[in-house]
Design a binder for this molecule. Structure first.
Ligand SMILES: [Zn+2]
Length: 411
């Protein structure tokens, strides 16, 4: 039996794992695949010598760049309806308050999600998922959070699971139980939080629908105490956690996420030096969401210098959602991370590969190109990796491999 099934030669490889060179670059490189895994990395000449003795499928990448398959580690991809009417109303002069009074905002998405069928939810999310996949994405995190009742949250997580099972992409499922208070609990938020953290979380976890939990910790959403209740419940069930932290104000959510060992704290426009130090000490990843910042026309970017100085790894994601980030382009998010937040193009690519994998706790599987890692690869028609963050509306993806299988022939 061959040690390798495929050998790719003639590529520039951004391993994102080797020290000593920018992007962990290997030029004139070759990568061998066996089954779902990366079996070998080296020079094209060595690879060909080895392959000549055996019956191995040798493929020429013709000078393309190969990176780890991209990872979108923060999305709300599955939801009913959209918010385009509100977008237009606002630009025609209707105020946020009037839109909210008329039942707009997040609650309109909750209503549309509750009334949508699973098929409708699947089909609309698949359109967005395909856009991400076309840009080299091989892993997507998908949050629930627009159902806000057990049956509707279950449906969102089932649709997320099915998307991963029916498409050549890996899906991580996050129960965003504390996203927004549904109107039926307006008079009893304690009861809602108790249900989310108690029977709902237990039931969904038992059904295999939850990889991690998440909470929107913000003065317009859920308090530190309420968020802590969910983190505590998650820990007792052995689940990982993420926290929407510091998007609109600094309530100390980053410190709380760190204290409970959350995998990631996401947004972080408002973050103190002590918050950054806490994240670093806990190994919690900062997930930056520049498309939400752009859509909301925020003016205080996350303190990137502070995060760098503290040694917090930075990830970048789309935050794809109908209200504050109608973005299903990971490359656009990378561009915005550079133009709006000042990340270097190498940080942006680390943010959608190595560090995004860490933000999901799957860094031993994906996010870098190294022997033993899963063969999730993206092929790019570019001169240098910075081009991935440079273009706006450009998609230089020439091919994608998921679990050792090309999704389509190289273009
Ligand atoms: Zn979000």
């Amino acid at each position: 039996m061959n040690e390798w099934d495929q050998l790719w030669i003639g590529a520039h490889i951004a391993t994102m794992s080797l020290g000593g060179s920018a992007y962990g670059e290997l030029s004139d490189a070759a990568v061998a695949i066996k089954g779902e895994r990366i079996a070998w990395l080296g020079t094209a000449a060595e690879g060909q010598r080895h392959a000549a003795a055996d019956d191995i499928d040798v493929r020429d990448a013709q000078g393309l760049w190969i990176t780890p398959g991209l990872i979108d580690c923060h999305t709300h991809l599955v939801y009913g309806g959209n918010r385009v009417a509100e977008f237009e109303q606002r630009l025609c002069g209707v105020s946020y308050e009037d839109i909210a009074r008329a039942g707009g905002g997040i609650q309109s998405t909750v209503r549309a999600t509750r009334t949508a069928t699973s098929t409708e939810l699947h089909q609309s999310a698949l359109v967005r998922l395909r856009r991400l996949m076309a840009e080299g994405v091989t892993t997507v995190e998908i949050k629930s959070g627009y159902g806000l009742e057990l049956s509707a949250e279950r449906r969102l997580l089932e649709v997320a699971r099915d998307l991963g099972e029916r498409s050549p992409v890996s899906v991580r499922k996050t129960f965003l139980g504390l996203h927004s208070l549904p109107p039926e609990f307006a008079a009893d938020r304690r009861e809602f939080v108790n249900r989310v953290c108690g029977p709902w979380l237990k039931a969904l976890t038992a059904e295999g629908l939850v990889d991690a939990v998440d909470a929107f910790c913000e003065n317009i959403a859920f308090s530190l105490e309420e968020t802590q209740q969910l983190l505590e419940a998650a820990k007792s069930l052995g689940l990982a956690a993420h926290v929407h932290a510091g998007q609109l104000s600094d309530m100390g959510a980053a410190e709380l996420a760190s204290k409970w060992g959350a995998l990631s704290a996401d947004h972080l426009e408002f973050l103190s030096a002590s918050g950054a130090r806490a994240l670093a000490a806990a190994g919690t990843i900062a997930v930056l969401l520049p498309a939400a910042y752009f859509t909301l026309r925020q003016t205080t970017p996350p303190p990137v210098a502070l995060l760098r100085e503290a040694g917090v790894p930075l990830a970048v994601a789309t935050d794809c959602n109908p209200g504050t980030s109608p973005c299903s382009s990971i490359l656009t998010a990378m561009n915005m991370a550079c133009t709006l937040f000042g990340l270097t193009p190498e940080e942006a690519l680390s943010g959608t590969t190595r560090n995004a994998a860490r933000a999901l706790g799957i860094q031993n599987e994906v996010g870098t190109i190294a022997v033993g890692m899963r063969a999730d690869l993206a092929f790019w028609r570019i001169e240098q990796p910075a081009e991935l963050s440079y273009g706006l509306g450009a998609n230089p993806c020439a091919g994608v491999m998921h679990r050792g299988t090309m999704r389509a022939e190289l273009i």
